[in-house]
Design a protein around this ligand. Structure first.
Ligand code: NFE
Length: 503
């Protein structure tokens, strides 16, 4: 007799994602991903000035607002036929780069590491580090209190196997604390060029409204150097330690997937070349992106909107009591297929060109760890790629910062046509993001966001085909149904964000 396990919410911070798995003979044989809230941003945007969109859509999320702001101005640039000047393109890359790095660091340390690292090791810490001593004393005091959840967010936790080596645990806990500081300074670096974080004030179609000065260049360079150092000396080594302790997660979380990456960090003003390139892999076969191949099904979603619509004609009509629906996410499809997006998709696309910097880093790590290429398609593969990506982005940001020219323009002028449409393709940290805008009478006539987590946490489509995470969970072992750490580790490797994913 099978057992149903529901983990709700499963994300440590980012929104209301519930996972339901059916387990028989110790393995998952059916899974459902449910986004449990309605957003309605697409409806809020209708009838407004197009240039409101880059500010309103940033409020979708506090983690990846830069991606939404950028996708929005990219969509308008496509619609208005404009390109930014070089300074504008570089500043956007620099803001986004800092935002990516903080997102990856937070994902590993704050959202996932405690699934692997033994946080309880801190209770017996005998060293001299002030931060660790402070944490030890706080955790011990909490544990001896009568609070309902003492020492949250560290404890309680699943009763399972964690890293056993005390030195590795203590070092990772120290990095957990340092990661918070890294996030703070990454925000500071971005804010040098975008006014404030999380919701930046400088994005306009055609570039950014910030100017370039030597003090901003030097401030950014100094912070990015510190971030690169943390990524290289703490983040990547910690992921490797987790990988050594849990090698089975180079197999778990895989699926016979298709992959979509829409390209990010433009290397030219026309956005035809990207540091992390665009492409589609279906059944292992590579092709370029075709804008007409996108659609969203609503059969399993709490929407009465038409199903299978292209995003230019997408609708967002909530239907909270719809029969047979189980998610506030729609089911995005490319050529009718579910697609995994995110670091793994970016890596598989980048590896089509072995001289791509991310591809080179992955090849090096795979050889250090003696991994088969197939090991990348896994929960640990996603973690490892994210860490390497953070390094590649930080390195490239240090080059872009040197290419800024004080005094040169940072935006191009534009006019809003009476009628136009455009798409902004942009890789957010969690994967392929696209904003689709239709303008009529100079106002927003329709706006749809198809977001990374919508792809990954997609519910079943109208054909009954499960989404990527629903498929990646199949056959995941669950040793103890009271402590279902294995599906939690698999789902969290995708870094879901439900505030972004729902419509
Ligand atoms: Ni709310 Fe986001 C990213 C976007 S997620 S975090 O990255 O776009 O699906």
């Amino acid at each position: 007799m099978g057992k149903t396990i529901k983990i709700d919410p499963i994300t440590r911070i980012e929104g209301h994602l519930a996972i339901k798995v059916e387990v028989e003979n110790g393995k998952v044989y059916k899974a459902e991903c449910s986004g449990e809230m309605f957003r309605g941003f697409e409806n809020i945007l209708k009838g407004r000035a197009p240039t409101d969109a880059q500010f309103i859509t940033q409020r979708i999320c506090g983690v990846c607002p830069i991606s939404h702001g950028t996708a929005s101005v990219f969509a308008q640039e496509d619609a208005f036929s404009i390109t930014p000047p070089t300074n504008g393109r570089l500043i956007r890359n620099l803001i986004l780069g800092a935002n990516y790095i903080q997102s990856h660091i937070i994902h590993f340390y704050q959202l996932c590491a405690l699934d692997f690292i033994d946080i309880a090791a801190i209770t017996a810490y005998q060293g001299k580090d002030d931060d660790l001593l402070g944490l030890r004393d706080w955790v011990n005091a909490q544990l001896s209190s009568k609070m309902l959840y003492p020492a949250a967010p560290f404890l309680p936790r699943y009763d399972t196997k964690y890293v056993e080596n005390a030195e590795i645990n203590i070092s990772a806990i120290k990095h957990y604390l340092e990661a918070l500081e890294m996030r703070r300074i990454a925000h500071q670096a971005a804010a040098l060029f975008c006014g404030k974080i999380p919701h930046a004030s400088v994005f306009v179609p055609g570039g950014v409204t910030e100017v370039v000065t030597i003090d901003k260049i030097e401030g950014y360079r100094s912070i990015m150097g510190k971030l690169l150092n943390f990524v290289s000396s703490s983040y990547i080594p910690d992921v490797i330690e987790v990988a050594k302790a849990f090698p089975e997660y180079f197999k778990l979380g895989s699926w016979k997937g298709n992959y979509l990456a829409v390209g990010v960090f433009p290397e030219n003003n026309e956005k035809t070349q990207n540091l992390l390139p665009a492409g589609v892999l279906i059944d292992g076969k590579f092709s370029n992106i075709d804008k007409s191949s996108f659609s969203e099904d609503t059969g399993s979603s709490y929407f009465s909107s038409g199903s299978g619509l292209h995003p230019f004609s997408g609708e967002t009509v909530p239907a909270a009591h719809k029969n047979n629906a189980y998610s506030w996410l729609k089911a995005p499809r490319y050529q009718g297929k579910p697609m995994e997006v995110g670091p793994l998709a970016r890596a598989l696309v980048a590896m089509q060109n072995p001289s791509n910097p991310l591809a080179k880093e992955i090849t090096k790590l795979a050889s250090t760890l003696n991994l088969e290429a197939s090991a990348l398609v896994s929960a640990l593969g996603r973690h490892a790629i994210r860490a390497l990506e953070a390094k590649v982005i930080a390195q490239r940001c240090l080059e872009w910062i040197s290419q800024l020219v004080p005094g040169e323009p940072t935006f191009s002028a534009f006019t809003i046509p009476d009628s136009a449409q455009g798409v902004g393709f942009m890789e957010a940290p969690r994967g392929a993001l696209s904003h689709w805008i239709k303008v009529a009478g100079g106002k927003i006539d329709n706006y749809q966001c198809i977001v990374p987590t919508t792809w990954n946490c997609s519910p079943r489509d109208d054909q009954g085909t499960a989404g990527p995470i629903e498929q990646a969970l199949l056959n995941t072992p669950v040793a103890d149904p009271e402590n279902p750490i294995e599906p939690a580790r698999v789902v969290r490797s995708f870094d879901p964000c439900i505030a972004c994913a729902v419509h």
